[in-house]
Ligand binder design. Structure first.
Ligand code: NAD
Ligand code: MG
Length: 367
């Protein structure tokens, strides 16, 4: 993958703007990129990773940084969603204090969305906020590493304790994706095609046509897909950093998706798998509400090409899903908000969706 050229794009947020660099062999050049991004070397850095990713890539990142004049300490947390907790957060703050991190230090997240959200929340709150660098190692993290939403979970609800804290740099070394389990690859591609479905028909169709190349982790296809996915997310975040309105469209498929994750029991569905089903449901709802003909059929074909699920098991309880959706954050001023496609590449934020229409769609998705 080393021959593939690195691409740089910018998240435009005034003085908080930052680059996203996507390419092969970037871990080894991390010190240069950090320096370019203005991370000083006089204070220690802390890398946070998980126990799947650390054995694969931590040493390389550590030696690239220390070889480039940075002092580095590392903290490795157990892999998995349960590390997005206040307990693990507290352990990391302890480690940061003990290692002498100060206001000029940076925290680096080496891993997927779990490590990114957790380390970002530490960076956003330690001494009221220090520098943060995302080094994503999953496909899904092209979504989670851009946009500055960082959080840990509360036992009663996901992502309930968090802040907005934009990184200084997103350093996306696509070489790391070669070790991703195939199921995680597919789940990450769900968020990639989502960016097409909400914003850019051409990109959605590109994902569809290039599904085999993406599933095979072909470098050129991956870099293009991640670049386009990040660029769409960056555009949306630039226009609405704090989710007052537009940013909500990134939640396509997520209202039902989160409910599926909760009702099936966390861990049964990967997040990307659950939102694939959610996006199929949203397309059906959109077509029923007068969206373009073929919207649902075409969405199904796209998701199936990426080997993602688009149906629900017969025994999944519709009322349990409805109740779980009510508890979701996407519930504003007493009304459920759904992101509903009107055509491929265009969605509306709808607060007038009838609960029975949603029930009907859920029933029709059952095998
Ligand atoms: P993850 O971080 O749990 O990674 C998935 C699995 O792959 C883990 O077991 C991890 O150890 C392993 N892994 C990671 N990189 C690897 C590699 N290169 N090789 C081998 N194994 C590797 O999950 P994820 O899907 O990346 O992220 C999900 C999290 O992201 C959720 O907590 C979700 O809430 C969050 N998220 C946040 C945002 C946001 O805007 N902040 C957006 C979307 C999702
Ligand atoms: Mg998501």
């Amino acid at each position: 993958m080393r021959n593939a050229t690195a691409k740089t794009l910018t998240v435009e947020l005034g003085e908080r703007s930052y680059p996203i660099v996507i390419g092969g062999g970037l871990l080894d050049r991390a010190a240069d990129y950090l320096r370019q991004a203005g991370v000083p070397d006089k204070s220690p850095l802390m890398i946070v990773s998980d126990d799947n990713v650390a054995p694969l890539y931590l040493e390389r990142l550590e030696s690239a940084l220390s070889g480039g004049g940075y002092r580095v300490v590392s903290a490795v947390v157990p892999a998995g969603e349960q590390s997005k907790s206040l307990t693990v957060y507290n352990d990391l703050v302890t480690r940061a204090i003990e290692a002498g991190l100060d206001r000029s230090s940076a925290i680096l997240a080496l891993g997927g969305g779990v490590v990114g959200d957790l380390a970002g929340f530490v960076a956003g709150t330690y001494m009221r906020g220090i520098r943060f660098v995302q080094v994503p190692t999953t496909i899904l993290a092209h979504d989670s590493s851009v946009g500055g939403k960082v959080a840990v979970n509360h036992p009663l609800a996901k992502n309930m304790i968090g802040v907005f804290h934009q990184p200084e740099l997103v350093l996306y070394d696509v070489d790391t994706l070669n070790t991703l389990p195939p199921r995680e690859v597919r789940a990450g591609l769900a968020e990639m095609v989502k960016h097409g479905l909400i914003w850019d028909r051409e990109f959605a169709e590109w994902c569809w046509n290039n599904a085999p190349r993406l599933l095979d982790l072909e470098p050129e296809a991956l870099i293009y897909g991640l670049e386009r996915g990040c660029a769409i997310k960056a555009q949306i975040v630039s226009r609405d950093e704090r989710e007052n309105d537009l940013r909500a469209i990134l939640n396509l498929g997520h209202t039902l998706g989160h409910a599926i994750e909760a009702v099936a029991g966390y861990g049964r569905y990967l997040h990307g798998e659950a939102i694939a089903v959610g996006m199929a449901a949203a397309a059906l709802l959109g077509e029923e509400r007068g969206g373009e003909t073929g919207l649902y059929a075409e969405t199904m074909l796209m998701l199936r090409a990426l080997e993602l699920p688009v149906t629900l098991p017969e025994d999944m309880d519709t009322e349990a899903l409805m109740a779980a959706m009510q508890r979701d954050k996407k519930f504003r001023e007493g009304r459920m908000v759904y992101i509903v496609p009107s055509e491929i590449g265009r969605v509306e934020i709808a607060s007038d969706v009838d609960a029975d229409a949603v029930r009907d769609v859920i029933e029709r998705l059952k095998e």
